[in-house]
Design a protein around this ligand. Structure first.
Ligand SMILES: Nc1ncnc2c1ncn2[C@@H]1O[C@H](COP(=O)(O)OP(=O)(O)OP(=O)(O)O)[C@@H](O)[C@H]1O
Ligand SMILES: [Mg+2]
Length: 146
């Protein structure tokens, strides 16, 4: 665990089986609750938490195992939840293709990655054989309590 500037430690969840998907999701939800986002953001927040499930599901399906790190990247002016999902599997040969709606090498819907990208404020994907890394973040201005 490492301390974020806001003082909430990052949580690293190893992803090895389906129960770990729930664990990663639970940790993201817990952090969201601690950040006390406004009620209007709760729906998007719930969605972002389920996006974590999409990404960790991909890890299990295509790489076998990996890990998910949930980070409070908030500062004085904004609340920010950042999630990094990494694996050391075969990688994504064509990232542009993988981000297209309907593209799937497993007969799936091919909706996971494009859906996550649309919903998040930040989305970064890099992949080569042996290392795939996805970073997503949701950011909101801090609302003054005064
Ligand atoms: N961690 C990963 N390692 C290797 N390939 C991946 C990884 N994540 C995604 N991919 C590749 O990108 C494609 C698109 O992923 P995406 O999640 O969008 O769709 P899907 O998993 O095929 O279907 P869905 O998520 O809708 O069930 C996958 O079919 C797979 O080929
Ligand atoms: Mg998927």
């Amino acid at each position: 665990m490492t301390d974020s500037p806001a003082g909430v430690p990052s949580i690293v969840v190893p992803i090895r089986d389906a129960t770990d998907i729930l664990r990663a999701r639970g940790s993201a939800r817990e952090l969201a609750a601690r950040l006390r986002l406004g009620s209007a953001d709760q729906t998007r927040l719930a969605t972002s938490v389920s996006e974590v499930s999409e990404l960790t599901r991909n890890v299990l399906q295509y790489a076998g195992e990996g890990h998910c790190t949930i980070i409070d990247a908030s500062d004085e002016s904004r609340l920010c939840i950042r999630v990094v999902v990494e694996d050391h599997g075969p990688g994504i040969p064509n990232v542009d293709l993988a981000l297209r709606d309907g593209y799937s090498t497993s007969g799936g819907l091919g909706a996971g990655l494009p859906g996550v990208r649309r919903l998040m404020d930040e989305f970064e994907l890099s992949s080569r054989p042996g290392h795939t890394r996805l970073m997503i973040a949701m950011t909101r201005p801090r609302v003054s309590s005064a």
